[in-house]
Design a protein around this ligand. Sequence first.
Ligand SMILES: Nc1ncnc2c1ncn2[C@@H]1O[C@H](COP(=O)(O)OP(=O)(O)OP(=O)(O)O)[C@@H](O)[C@H]1O
Ligand SMILES: [Mg+2]
Length: 150
Amino acid sequence: MEILSHSVKETQEIARDLAQTLKGGEKIGLVGSLGSGKTTFVQGMAMALGIDPQYYVNSPSYTLINEYNGRKRLIHMDLYRLDSYEALVHLGYEDLLGPDSVLVVEWADKFPEIRSLFDYRVLFEIADDASRRVSVQKTLTSIPCLDKWP
Ligand SMILES: Nc1ncnc2c1ncn2[C@@H]1O[C@H](COP(=O)(O)OP(=O)(O)OP(=O)(O)O)[C@@H](O)[C@H]1O
Ligand SMILES: [Mg+2]
């Protein structure tokens, strides 16, 4: 599904709509260039999950992982400054995942090793100063019946 967002608020509303469908345990990968709206999207998700984004949600570029407690736990990672997949594993992010948490990752296409991790992939493109093309894709790996195939 591709939507043209005309403002920060609209991008946050798209994120909110997606977040409201989540049951917990989902992993969402965000892909798009600098300033294309990834962190803005996470702020919208946080709002929907009952976390106050005004005070907490910014890019976790220096801490690499931020965790927020709302109606569900939101785990926010940004791979921009991470050098390798090994460094990512070393962060221990897998230990944070659980049935009540939602993982959202900026620069999700950086390491091929985690490409199949995501239930949703959200692509961001800068259309002009105030507009972003936002494409929400549900990935095939999340279709349960595929697990049963040999
Ligand atoms: N429709 C829009 N949706 C989202 N952000 C927008 C929109 N129009 C303009 N912007 C601006 O684009 C910037 C998006 O910043 P944001 O931090 O969300 O991007 P990002 O993809 O996380 O960047 P980075 O790769 O540096 O982490 C903000 O300055 C915001 O004001
Ligand atoms: Mg960001």
